[in-house]
Design a protein around this ligand. Structure first.
Ligand SMILES: O=C(O)[C@H](O)COP(=O)(O)O
Length: 326
């Protein structure tokens, strides 16, 4: 029996996002993502990785029942993972793979409540456990009641062995795609050091520039520019095509991989991104329409109505959920 690994998307669409005080968008600096990516010797996408990713995403994307239109409106949710055990200890974490604290678990559940009425077809997370825990915990709160299933594409065998053979079950599932390109910025020789102690040793300004500037690299680590080279390239090549065909996407990642993606979405300059701070576990919403990203609402509002400015299609999705439940 053959069964292509295709997950059915929801048919509705919707909106939102918010989160920080960005200034009015200015022209985004033009530069070649590829040239930046190529500079990252330790972070280049191998041919076999690329082939596997392509196969998995192809199987997720190709569904003859999905109307492929460029006019649809789709939602993009971005969430920084909940508090990790090294956030709690104030340690530079970067690509070290540490889990959530209890508070981080609560933040993930709270984030899930905030997005529980928003349609969702596919989830992307980094390869790090704190982002994956956040995604899974958030999904426990979603009113669609679908099961998030991690896509295994490491090898052909992993792909075959994780196939689902029921179309009905696939319809009740949401694929979760892991991508190392969404990992936190690699913090080099700062990883494991205490942030406060490092500021005392090297000076506040130096540490601020390692943490927030666009071009400056922490010792033997990635600058935000380098992080953007991989994260935004992945976003453009894999996530944007999903949005383009009307899929609703959630990305669960990290402070700096998300800062770089937001820099791209909001057309922030290298100066503006310095002031961009992201809290743990706070969902941000964008609407993707006619190839533009529109930031919606503020996740910091006290009530859901204050949080999300519903579009017509989002309101319809919500009504449908309410109808299904009554
Ligand atoms: O990697 C880390 O230490 C944090 O997740 C993000 O750190 P930052 O606030 O220094 O960017």
């Amino acid at each position: 029996m053959t069964s292509p690994s295709i997950f059915q998307p929801l048919s509705s669409d919707w909106i939102i996002r918010g989160g920080f005080d960005s200034k009015s968008p200015k022209r985004f600096q033009q530069f070649s993502m590829r040239s930046v990516t190529n500079k990252l010797s330790g972070f280049s996408l191998s041919k076999s990785d690329a082939a596997c990713t392509f196969r998995v995403l192809s199987s997720l994307q190709i569904n003859p029942n999905v109307p492929q239109t460029t006019e649809s409106e789709s939602a993009l949710i971005l969430i920084r993972h909940g508090e990790s055990m090294w956030n709690e200890k104030n340690l530079f974490t970067g690509c070290v793979d540490v889990p959530l604290t209890e508070k981080g678990v609560e933040e993930a559940i709270e984030a899930g409540k905030r997005i529980s009425n928003l349609p969702l077809d596919i989830i992307y997370t980094s390869a790090l456990i704190r982002a994956q825990m956040t995604a899974m915990l958030a999904l426990t709160q979603h009113r669609c009641l679908k099961v998030p299933i991690i896509v295994h594409s490491e090898t052909e065998q992993a792909r075959r062995w994780s196939q689902v053979y029921s179309e009905g079950t696939k319809k009740q599932s949401i694929p979760v795609v892991k991508a190392w390109q969404l990992n936190e910025r690699m913090y080099g020789e700062l990883q494991g050091l205490n942030k406060q102690e490092t500021a005392e040793q090297y000076g506040k300004e130096q540490v601020h520039s390692w943490r927030r500037s666009y071009y400056v690299r922490p010792p033997n680590g990635e600058s935000l520019e380098m992080c953007l080279g991989r994260a935004v390239t992945f976003f453009k090549e894999h996530i944007e095509p999903q949005l383009l065909i009307g899929r609703h996407v959630m990305v669960v990642a990290h402070a700096n991989s998300l800062r770089s993606i937001i820099m791209y979405l909001d057309k922030l300059t290298s100066q503006e991104v310095i002031n961009l701070e992201l809290s743990t576990g706070v969902p941000m919403l964008y609407i993707y329409k006619e190839k533009n990203f529109i930031r919606r609402g503020s996740p910091l509002g006290s009530s859901e109505a204050g949080v999300y400015a519903y579009t017509e299609s989002l309101a319809m999705y919500r009504q449908k959920l309410d109808g299904d439940i009554q």
